[in-house]
Design a protein around this ligand. Structure first.
Ligand code: N15
Length: 300
């Protein structure tokens, strides 16, 4: 028990106790799951264990040209040490002459933004469940001094039981069918201190939770506007309004998160204790996380 050391990310301990480095040959490659700037993500299966995963392939030439190798290294380092049910696992990585491969957790229920597009908006129970899972994951990240900064529906996947998984597509990958294709990405989820280029800390994530809670319930983010400049202006003035159909409790939580002053935002622990969350998220878990109305198909 006393000689357990953290292994480098690319090396796994096998059942026989030997160390193993992965290679492309160890995997069967399936359908593409997404396309990105530096490469694609594929469904894959590890030959020996038959373990299903997502294999992300990045081209070294493109990483070099963009000068993001250092950033990739840092992100791999951070991501590989995070262990939380609501954070997509990075199991390891390897590389060959031309490519870097990231061995990622496969999220069977796919992308959350597609689900939101399909449903237009989510009800209170489902929204509260996602906000709970998100807050729980971020509480864990913040305890490790990791700030996410870029939480938006496009960065969220769904596990086998419909549970939310933060999959930080970060700087490198954008889903092929990105909803907002403004030239330099969307401002919608960024807090005033970030768009104004001021100092920011982990409280940026509290703002993002407020934005997401609004978007889950309304179907579009609170500061959405035709132009980049108009979104900027609306964020800086915290200019948003909850539609009438948003419940009082939800509107209260959103208003406690969308505060211009980061120090006035409701901390994550208080988010989890908020009456609207307590009331709605628990009803969800009694239903074992199945986020649909009506009949429940028996599992397994
Ligand atoms: C810099 C590096 C350390 C960051 C590591 N994290 C990522 O690269 C983030 N990332 C995750 N980039 C791509 C993915 C990704 C993982 C994309 C899609 C999936 C994935 N796991 N599972 C999917 C997935 N499952 C699906 C099911 C149905 C339809 C689409 C699906 N995509």
């Amino acid at each position: 028990m006393d000689n357990i050391q953290p292994y480098p990310d690319s090396i796994f301990k096998t059942i026989s106790g030997t160390l193993k480095e992965w290679a492309l040959d160890d995997f069967e490659i399936g359908r593409p799951l997404g396309k990105g700037k530096f490469g694609n993500v594929y469904l894959a299966r590890e030959r020996q264990s038959k373990f299903i995963l997502a294999l992300k392939v990045l081209f070294k030439s493109q990483l070099e040209t963009a000068g993001v190798e250092h950033q990739l290294r840092r992100e791999v380092e951070i991501q590989s040490h995070l262990r939380h049910p609501n954070i997509l696992r990075l199991y390891g990585y390897f590389h060959d002459h031309s490519r870097v491969y990231l061995i990622l957790e496969y999220a069977p229920r796919g992308e959350l933004y597609k689900e939101l597009q399909k449903c237009t908006k989510f009800d209170d129970r489902r929204s509260a469940k996602y906000i709970t899972e998100l807050s729980d994951a971020l509480l864990y990240c913040h305890s490790k001094n990791v700030i996410h900064r870029d939480i938006k529906p496009e960065n969220l996947l769904l596990g086998a039981n419909g549970e939310l998984k933060i999959a930080d597509f970060g700087w490198s990958v954008h889903a092929p069918s990105s909803r907002r294709t403004t030239l330099c990405g969307t401002l919608d989820y960024l807090p005033p201190e970030m768009i104004e280029g001021r100092m920011h800390d982990e409280k940026v994530d509290l703002w993002s939770i407020g934005v997401l809670c609004y978007e889950f319930l309304v179907g579009k983010p609170p500061f959405e506007a035709v132009t980049h400049d108009e979104t900027y202006r609306r964020i800086a003035k915290v200019d948003y309004k909850c539609p009438q159909f948003v419940s009082e409790g939800a509107a209260d939580l959103i208003s406690r998160l969308l505060k211009h002053n980061p120090n006035h935002r409701l901390p994550l622990k208080k988010v989890l204790e908020h009456p609207w969350i307590a009331e709605n998220a628990s009803k969800m878990s009694e239903r074992r996380g199945v986020p649909s109305e009506g009949t429940t198909v028996s599992s397994q």
